[in-house]
Design a protein. Structure first.
Length: 256
């Protein structure tokens, strides 16, 4: 990683693995540029592997959020244009960085990547797209369809509101230090039309309750949410992982 190794210490507590493979960086940037955007937030720029490409995109209001003070100081020194563009904060604690619609990119810290996505889900009215690097296992789970054993809460809640594309996988050697897991890059694009639910609160509750006891039939897992009469429907003989997102949405209209 040459010039980036010396000034920076890795912090295991923050799940830091610096991307060093320029080909991978370029593939991520190319994927980002496939859609138009005027405002861009990078989560966890670290040593700036992606940042150095992002600051050069013309006509874009670019900001980055980084929790690690040492990395913030390093980036501001190396790329003076970032002086007023880095927010030194925990992404999970930050307010929306822009007015209006914006795109998100990042080699996300693997230890909080799911929390990052749930925060993005809360901002979805303004998020026009996400390109993110994840642990391969998490990326597969996000993209999984019904009937798959890794299909779960993350799959259903994200796919209800976003189209998920599993773009490409990334070898451990693309990072310094190499993580113990493989990685993958996915793209999230807001759905034009989400499945109609009675309320989002009911939808989230149903999905989380159903998968909380995923080995049980749906009837046993979610019996507290429905009347005995509704629970007689043969659909409740299935397990949570067998239901489509639309079926979960439709069930919200029959909840207590």
């Amino acid at each position: 990683m040459t010039h980036l190794q010396r000034p920076l210490n890795l912090k295991k507590s923050l799940g830091q693995h610096f991307l060093k493979d320029e080909l991978v960086c370029q593939l991520i940037i190319d994927a980002l540029k496939q859609n138009k955007f005027n405002q861009l937030l990078e989560i966890g720029p670290g040593a700036g592997a992606l940042t150095k490409h992002l600051i050069g995109i013309e006509g874009v209001d670019f900001r980055a959020v980084e929790i690690d003070r040492e990395k913030v100081a390093f980036l501001k020194k190396k790329y003076p244009v970032l002086q007023d563009r880095i927010i030194e904060l925990d992404f999970l604690q930050m307010e929306k960085p822009f007015e209006g619609r914006f795109t998100i990119i990042g080699n996300f810290p693997y230890n909080i990547s799911t929390e990052i996505l749930f925060k993005v889900l809360g901002w979805r009215e303004d998020v026009e797209g996400v390109i993110g690097m994840f642990q391969k296992e998490v990326a597969l789970r996000i993209a999984a369809s019904e009937g798959n054993r890794i299909y779960g809460v993350t799959s259903v809640l994200l796919q209800a509101f976003f189209d998920v594309e599993y773009l490409f996988e990334v070898n451990e050697q693309a990072f310094n230090p190499p993580p113990k897991v493989k990685s993958a890059v996915i793209r999230l694009t807001p759905k034009i039309e989400s499945p109609p639910v009675k309320t989002e609160k009911k939808f989230f509750l149903l999905v989380k309750t159903a998968f909380n006891q995923r080995r049980k039939t749906l009837r046993n897992a979610v019996k507290s949410l429905f009347t005995d009469e509704v629970l007689m429907d043969p659909l409740f003989n299935k397990r949570a992982e067998q239901l489509t997102i639309l079926q979960f949405a439709e069930l919200t209209w029959r909840m207590k």
